[in-house]
Design a binder for this molecule. Structure first.
Ligand code: PAF
Length: 460
């Protein structure tokens, strides 16, 4: 029987020992049995290590194009065998850690030049991350510059130019485009980490994106100032917006795609006189009752509705939210539960300025006086936490400490209360608390700020 031949691109990388020597030995082992022929080989490129532990040595990268009668699975097995022979211990290595040799199968083409698709535990073809990685594309460009890539539809050379110009960030203008991009990424076997935002990004958002990029094949972000969650039109009007600045920041933290949209774009054909009918709203669940639910009626309904729609568009593996919006995190978990438990919701610690103020897009609206006054919220939360640490377990006494600490002439408190973070109650819980979270909302210099602190949890 005549075995069909495939053409495959293989990436080589190493940053331990003598990479060039390892590559030469690896390539001669690859050809040893006569069933793999190297058609083209790139030069070896020196690149920085991406992610992983700090201060690991720079990488050497390269690529080869081969022809073989092996199946993609058998070729991958051959590559893993060579890695092991030259000293790589896949079972005991650190994610993105130093490598004595890394041989990755990037893509395989049948005799007609069509991509072969494989989505097994070990083998993902085409490789889900190759289009995002300049250190893979640069050597690949030497050996297959005109090869069209499956997700972007660009050639290898065009995609490399695109990454150099945009920092690797695809900028899409509508949910429809984002849906198509995500579908193609998922079809290539990529996991997607998603960070929904309303823009005006700060370090807190960037931490979420870094983590999404670290824990998934691709990180993507939405920037949409969602009118459904603003109960005050003036607040919606003055909400800060800076899409160009956001894109620059995202390109620097490994974000692969950012998309925006309009209300009509998110809910095509569903708006009546420009508004979403009440029946189309997604219920936010029991944790929307009290506090934010009381002081911003409809806000969490709007959050649940847009987040559910964003999940429809992206279908992420994981979605990342900041713990600063405590009730929002509970609501978003409820949305994911209604969807059968997907995506996995990852709640990340609040990032604070050195003054203790929780990072928020709204901080951009604070003048110097208000910024100084806003420190009181963190002071109040810390005072209540100190009381907790000293043994206080009564919600009303803890709330009292929180209120006293946060009170200031220019801080107009909406609420300063304590809840059990695992058993949400609209009102103050009674009896001795086993766990507690202090929650505060205030108007400071015309800007509404919220913050919270868990007294015995991981979130800060
Ligand atoms: O936290 C936010 O920025 C928004 O509430 C969210 C989750 C992006 C929904 O619009």
């Amino acid at each position: 029987m005549v075995r069909s031949r495939i053409t495959a691109a293989i990436a080589l990388g190493a940053n331990v020992g003598e990479p060039e020597r390892s590559f030469k030995r690896a390539l001669s082992l690859l050809e040893r049995d006569g069933d793999v022929q190297i058609l083209r080989r790139s030069h070896w490129h020196g690149t920085d290590a991406v992610g992983g532990p700090a201060e690991q040595p720079d990488y050497t990268n390269g690529a080869v194009l081969v022809e073989t009668t092996l199946t993609p699975g058998a070729l991958l097995e051959r590559l893993h065998g060579i890695e092991a022979h030259l000293g790589r211990d896949r079972a005991n290595e650190e994610r993105r850690g130093p490598r004595v040799l890394d041989l990755d199968l990037l893509y395989a083409l049948d005799e007609e030049g069509a991509f072969l698709a494989e989505h097994g535990d070990e083998l993902h073809l085409p490789h889900p991350r190759m289009e995002e990685r300049p250190f893979v594309l640069a050597p690949l460009k030497e050996i297959a510059p005109a090869q069209r890539l499956p997700r972007s539809g660009r050639t290898v050379a065009e995609q490399l130019d695109f990454l150099e110009e945009s920092g690797g960030l695809a900028r899409l203008e509508s949910p429809a485009e984002a849906r198509a991009w995500c579908e193609a990424a998922r079809a290539a076997g990529a996991t997607i980490g998603f960070v929904p935002t309303m823009g005006a990004l700060h370090q807190g958002h960037l931490e979420l994106v870094r983590r999404a990029a670290m824990e998934n094949d691709l990180a993507c972000v939405s920037v949409f100032v969602n009118p459904l969650q603003f109960n005050d039109p003036a607040d919606l009007e003055k909400y800060p917006r800076d899409l160009e600045g956001d894109a620059r920041l995202l390109a620097g933290v490994g974000c692969a795609m950012v998309f925006t949209g309009t209300l009509e774009g998110f809910f095509p054909g569903e708006l009546v006189d420009g508004a979403l009918p009440a029946a189309a709203y997604v219920p936010p669940g029991p944790s929307a009752a009290g506090l934010e639910g009381e002081f911003r009626p409809g806000h969490l309904d709007g959050v649940a509705t847009i987040v559910d729609r964003l999940f429809d568009v992206v279908e992420p593996t994981r979605a990342y939210f900041g713990a600063k919006d405590f009730q929002q995190c509970l609501v978003v978990q409820h949305v994911a539960d209604r969807r059968g438990g997907a995506p996995e919701i990852v709640r990340c610690p609040t990032v604070r300025e050195s003054t203790g103020i929780a990072m928020s897009s709204r901080n951009a609206l604070l003048d110097d006086g208000a910024r100084e006054a806003a420190r009181a919220l963190h002071r109040g939360l810390s005072a209540a936490r100190d009381a907790w640490v000293a043994g206080e377990r009564d919600a009303s006494s803890l709330s009292q400490r929180l209120r006293e600490g946060a009170s200031q002439p220019s801080v107009d408190l909406e609420y300063a209360e304590v809840r059990d973070p695992q058993r949400w109650t609209p009102g103050q819980p009674t009896g001795a608390l086993e766990r507690a979270v202090g929650l505060v909302a205030a108007n400071v210099g015309g800007v509404r700020l919220i913050d919270n602190m868990e007294f015995d949890g991981d979130a800060r």
